[in-house]
Design a binder for this molecule. Structure first.
Ligand SMILES: Cc1cc2nc3c(=O)[nH]c(=O)nc-3n(C[C@H](O)[C@H](O)[C@H](O)COP(=O)(O)OP(=O)(O)OC[C@H]3O[C@@H](n4cnc5c(N)ncnc54)[C@H](O)[C@@H]3O)c2cc1C
Length: 458
């Protein structure tokens, strides 16, 4: 038997994207929502994250539009003066609270946790096998299109020989910082987190072999802050660097010179630009690991050897291999957000997926014509290669111009802390902000045009 669920929207995925969309939708339209997720609750991948994970950027930029996740500054430690970054416990507690107080409590949302969406407007309980369907008038929202893979749920993409110990990053704390040798696999945020955790827990840098298939560019966290003058000043400098760049490599080197981009090894030209933020204190720690293997991806691990795309390297027989490699930021094809059969949540401005999902929810709530909604909110995507990073910025800035031209959206976006580029309504103004805005005005046109050219966009 199939039970019909009487809702106006069925949102597939109760992670950051589904929660931000739903929150903004029900805040601005009288709609009932069914929220379905395979996991046992809301919060998406954070529920299975490694214990020492934190947001890589300020809490204020993450979560849902109605409820700020955290607005305080850090008072001590190496990031004193920067905005707080929530850890796993704080993030999952926040989503539980938003669900209870704003969604399920007021009777606007029904959560179907532990349920798998099967397609064709139906889903099934993984516990009882009960099937559910939604009526024809219900709009289906795909909020899992860009859901990241995480190491805890992704088996190693390399063969593992007898007697070799390979653990996902989640098991690193249980293994402890006292192994004699570690091999850390991956170039992204998870690998950098694992190395910083080891080094801040007393592991000798020489005990770590770091397999970095690609060299990453990362953003200086101090400049990606919820402060209008800092953030807009950074974007102005980014546009100035883009306008002057002779190639994308040159643009990134200019960004490094102006303190915006960071790379671990200044002797190597990075090819990866997912560009999470990094603290300069973390950069100093990462640079202390000197045994770096750059021979492509691992194909197999044998006792005492790593076999990679470009040859084999010896490692200690007893090394603990920590797998930090998974597809954290996905790059499937961009599709129109609104199609008759489905609303596919994707970023709209460059980066900041929670803002994109909330904006999509707001636009869905306040407009009826899908063609108009797609004109206002063309999708952007995430960075990966340098070209994709440039594309993301060009598409994201064009989209910002388009939705920002609508007075009600501009007003809404000014009041939402998830929006990094906002000048809050109560901002008193400052010479630093005036200077950032003047530079932005001067550099955006030429910077965007050059970036589009370098990204191969018309
Ligand atoms: C370690 C890490 C740190 C990050 N830090 C930041 C940060 O600081 N700032 C930032 O902006 N971004 C960050 N990101 C980027 C990441 O893209 C965002 O967290 C993003 O918003 C993820 O949310 P999501 O809803 O797209 O995916 P998820 O959180 O994965 O949610 C998607 C949900 O869909 C469910 N689902 C999938 N298929 C089905 C199905 N068939 N039926 C039912 N349910 C289904 C899944 O169970 C999942 O819970 C980070 C990513 C990682 C991995």
């Amino acid at each position: 038997m199939t039970r019909t669920v009487e809702v106006d929207y069925l949102v597939i995925g109760a992670g950051a994207a589904g929660m931000a969309f739903t929150d903004a939708l029900i805040d601005h339209r009288d709609a009932r929502v069914g929220l379905v997720d395979r996991r046992r609750g809301v919060g998406g991948h954070w529920r299975e994250a490694y214990p020492f994970v934190r947001l890589h950027q300020a809490s204020m930029f993450y979560g849902v539009a109605s409820t700020v996740l955290g607005g305080e500054l850090q008072v001590d430690g190496p990031e004193a003066g920067l905005h707080q970054r929530a850890d796993q416990t704080a993030i999952t507690a926040y989503y539980d609270r938003v669900l209870a107080e704003r969604m399920v409590g007021p009777g606007r949302v029904e959560l179907f946790a532990g349920c798998d969406y099967l397609g064709d407007r139906t889903f099934v309980s993984l516990d009882t096998g009960e099937r559910y369907a939604v009526p024809e008038h219900c709009r289906v929202v795909d909020a899992r299109y860009l859901a990241p893979e995480i190491p805890a749920e992704t088996p190693p993409r390399f063969a593992v020989g007898d007697g070799v110990r390979v653990v996902p990053v989640n098991d690193l704390v249980a293994a402890g910082p006292d192994e004699r040798h570690y091999v850390v696999v991956g170039s992204g945020k998870t690998a950098t987190d694992a190395i910083v955790w080891l080094l801040t827990h007393g592991t000798d840098p020489d005990a770590i072999c770091w397999v970095r298939p690609r060299e990453p560019w990362m953003l200086n966290r101090a400049l990606v802050q919820p402060d209008a003058a800092t953030y807009l000043g950074m974007v102005a400098d980014l546009m100035a660097a883009a306008a002057a760049g002779s190639s994308l490599d040159d643009v990134f080197c200019r960004l490094e010179d102006s303190g915006i981009m960071l790379r671990i090894d200044r002797a190597v030209t990075p090819t990866m630009a997912k560009a999470p933020t990094l603290g300069t204190w973390e950069l100093d720690l990462l640079r202390s690991v000197t045994h770096v293997v750059r021979r492509g991806r691992i194909r197999s691990v044998r006792r005492g050897h790593l076999d990679l795309d470009d040859g084999s390297v010896p490692v200690a027989d007893d090394a603990l291999v920590v797998n930090c490699a998974a597809d954290g930021l996905k790059n499937p094809p961009r599709v129109p957000i609104w199609r008759p059969e489905v609303i596919t949540v994707q970023p709209v401005r460059a980066g900041f997926p929670c803002f994109g999902a909330a904006l999509t929810g707001y636009v869905e709530a306040t407009r009826d014509d899908d063609t108009d909604k797609n004109r206002l909110c063309p999708p952007s995507s995430y960075g990966n290669t340098l070209v994709q990073w440039a594309e993301m910025n060009v598409l994201g800035m064009r989209a910002s111009a388009s939705f920002g031209a609508e007075p009600d959206i501009a007003d809404w976006a000014r009041g939402v802390a998830l929006n990094p580029a906002r000048i809050p309504p109560d901002h008193p103004g400052s010479p630093a902000l005036d200077d950032a805005l003047a530079r932005l005005q001067a550099h955006t046109g030429p910077g965007l045009a050059r970036l589009a050219e370098l990204a191969g966009l018309g």
